[in-house]
Each structure stands twice: as C-alpha cells, then as structure tokens.
Design a binder for this molecule. Structure first.
Ligand code: NAP
Length: 249
C-alpha cells in the first residue's frame, strides 16, 4: 500500500512552483489531491488532468483566494463535498512584495500579511474541523528561512513567515490531543517563478553561500512534505524543518 493511500490532501497555491511539486509528490504517494490557485486557470486545468491520468488519484483544482476568510470556508466545504474528507493541509500559497521599509507601502504590507499569514489562519480554522472528527490530521505550513533570520527589503515577507512559525507551534499545542500535527518547512533558495526576477549575480551570490553549492528544487521541499504528511513522522509536531542546503543567513 502506498504511503498516503486513502488520504485527501489540500494544497494551496499549487498551479506552479513549490505547491505544484508538493501536489505531484503526494499524488505519487497515493493521496487524492485538492489544490488551489488564484489566477492560473489554464495551468491548473492541465495540472488537474495530469495528476488524474498519471497517478490514478482524484484531483480537483479550485480557484480560491487563500487570503479571504469566506473563500476558505467555501473551499473546505467544497472539498468535503467532493472528497468526503480532508486529512492533510499544506498552507503553501505565498507572495513577495519586496521593498525597503522607507519605501514600503501599506498595501505591500497588507497584501503580503494577508496572503502569507492570514491565509494559514483561514485554511487551518476550517480544515481542522474534519481532522478533529477523524482524530487524524497533518497541517504543514510553508514558511521561509527569512522568517527566522530576517532579510533586507523583506520586512513584510519575513514578518509574515515568522508569524507562520508562531502559528504552527501554537496549533501543535492546541490540536495535539486530537492527533492533529502541525509543522512548518522553511525553504531556503528554491528556483521557481517567485525567484525568476532575481539577477544572475544575486543568484550566484546565494549559491556561493549555500554549503551544498546549489539552489533547491520544488522536489527537495516536496520530499519533506511527504515525510510530515505521513505516519513516518507520527511523533513529530510543532517543528520547523529547514530545507536550505545548510544556508545560515
Ligand atoms: P510561486 O512560484 O510564485 O507560486 C505561488 C503559488 O501561489 C501559485 O500557485 C499562485 O497561484 C498561488 N497564489 C498566490 N496568491 C494566492 C492566493 N491569494 N490564494 C491562492 N493561491 C495563491 O511561488 P513559490 O516559489 O512556489 O513559493 C511557494 C511558497 O514557498 C510560498 O509560500 C513562498 O513564500 C515559499 N518559499 C519560497 C521560496 C523560494 O525560494 N521560491 C523560499 C522560501 C519559501 P496563481 O498561479 O494562480 O497565481
């Protein structure tokens, strides 16, 4: 039997990048996949068909804004209607709006906090209900090493990611007695569309500082998600696992 056979996973922001890699990895392990996206309708439709035809699992993409409380409630209701249950939640949707504090606008602050941090509250609040009923659940929050170290030009992003860590640890304490685990993954430099705008010399500098001397891949993050989603990590909760090639910022 596959590691996640019979489980249903909900992954936010899986039309591309790390979320897409996570959805693919969990489908390969036998999980049925509910995933969300904000605007990439064509990519999401293609990916939904790919998951179903390649892995033989049920896969449905939902257009849903993770930063909107009411959307999260509707999404979780739709997932329960379509899949019958919900066992694994991966809060992955995230954005950057980088700027130095002196130039950062209120909108840049709010957009990042709402998409990266409030979204985790929104989704976890509703997804934890079926998990409590099942007395089984795994919640995985994709934070960032920047949330641990801080970063110039990313005060909004780093604050949102640090907030996710506090949220992860609190939920682990609140829901542990219901056999619901809550962990975070802090990726380092992973090449996706989010990092595409970085100049070549900046990328070279990052890679030079990474002990493993390479950037990470969505697959590197997805492998750790699989571990945290499955019974392989049944005594692991409230933790932050860094997936960063050893980079200390
Ligand atoms: P990405 O390539 O930019 O993809 C972002 C995904 O999130 C897309 O599927 C996007 O959907 C979705 N999304 C954006 N806003 C959303 C919203 N309001 N509601 C629902 N979905 C939304 O990003 P990534 O690099 O894969 O990053 C994924 C996560 O890893 C983020 O939380 C990021 O902060 C974290 N992370 C990334 C790195 C890195 O180096 N890449 C490092 C550390 C942490 P659409 O396609 O529809 O826009």
């Amino acid at each position: 039997m596959k590691l996640l056979q019979g489980k249903t996973a909900l992954i936010t922001g899986a039309s591309r990048g790390i979320g897409k890699g996570i959805a693919e990895k969990l489908a390969e392990a036998g999980a049925n996949i509910a995933f969300t996206f904000l605007s990439s309708v064509d990519k999401a439709n293609t990916f939904q068909s790919h998951l179903t035809s390649t892995y033989g699992v049920i896969a449905i993409g939902y257009q849903s804004d993770a930063s909107v409380f009411a959307d999260a409630e509707k999404l979780v209701n739709d997932v329960q209607r379509d899949f019958g249950t919900l066992d694994i939640l991966v809060n992955n949707a995230g954005i950057t709006r980088d700027n130095l504090l002196m130039r950062m606008t209120e909108d840049q602050w709010d957009e990042v906090m709402n998409t990266n941090l409030k979204s985790a509250f929104n989704l976890t609040k509703f997804a934890s209900k079926p998990m409590m009923k099942n007395r089984w659940g795994s919640i995985i929050n994709i934070t960032s090493i920047v949330g641990v170290s801080g970063n110039t030009g990313q005060a909004n992003y780093a604050a949102s990611k640090a907030g996710m860590i506090g949220f992860t640890k609190s939920i682990a304490k609140e829901l542990g007695s219901r056999n619901i685990r809550s962990n975070a993954i802090a990726p380092g430099f992973i090449e996706t569309e989010m990092t595409e705008h970085l100049k070549d010399d900046v990328i070279k500098e990052w890679i030079n500082d990474i002990p493993l001397k390479r950037s990470g891949t969505a697959q590197d993050v997805a492998n750790v998600v699989l571990f945290l989603a499955s019974e392989m990590s049944s005594f692991v909760t409230g933790q932050v696992i860094h997936v960063c090639g050893g980079l200390e910022m």
